[in-house]
Design a protein around this ligand. Structure first.
Ligand SMILES: *[C@@H]1O[C@H](CO)[C@@H](O)[C@H](O)[C@H]1NC(C)=O
Length: 166
């Protein structure tokens, strides 16, 4: 009987722990999407592409920075609602990109933005950009933060990508 009780307690504790873990995981996932925690989302994909271009230019890779992600996100959302492309007043080096038309997945916006900054590509059309060519090829920056903001104006999608560097 004692043995059985002990076993039951152990089983319950295990169940409890498992449950607590999985709800923590769910909360974390939601948190990751809404806030700016770098996991395996569009920012990591963007970072890989950005560092690929940097390696072609023989400059050191960048890492993602939480604070820069936050600032870039806030500025991208602001520009999306402002419906224009204006430099931020953060004091950081930055690159901007915007697109009018059908809204795309965030990772696509970021991919097109980075390709545009490095190659001048205007895919997928109706693209506007503001590029700091020096910072793209500079070893003096070590971190980057990405933000994508989206909105709609006159029934048309408007997305803005902001990259801030330090
Ligand atoms: C962008 O829009 C904001 C808000 O309307 C305005 O304050 C800002 O001057 C605009 N920037 C440009 C470059 O037009």
């Amino acid at each position: 009987m004692r043995h059985l009780t002990l076993t039951l307690v152990v089983v319950i504790v295990v169940l409890f722990t498992k449950d607590a873990n999985s709800s923590a995981a769910i909360i974390l996932e939601v948190f990751d999407e809404n806030v700016f925690v770098p996991k395996n989302g569009f920012r990591e994909q963007g970072l890989r592409l950005h560092n690929h271009y940097r390696s072609l230019n023989k400059v050191s890779p960048l890492k993602l920075d939480h604070e820069l992600n936050k600032l870039a996100h806030a500025h991208a959302e602001k520009l999306a609602s402002w419906n224009n492309l204006t430099a931020s007043e953060t004091g950081f080096d930055e690159n901007l990109w915007s697109h009018r038309g059908e809204l795309l997945p965030l990772a696509k916006d970021l991919e097109y933005a980075i390709r545009c900054w490095y190659t001048g590509s205007t895919t997928p059309g109706r693209v506007q950009a503001s590029v700091d060519h020096f910072v793209l090829r500079s070893d003096s920056v070590t971190s980057v933060g990405f933000g994508v903001g989206t909105s709609e104006h006159n029934g048309e999608g408007y997305s803005v990508v902001v990259a801030l560097y330090q």
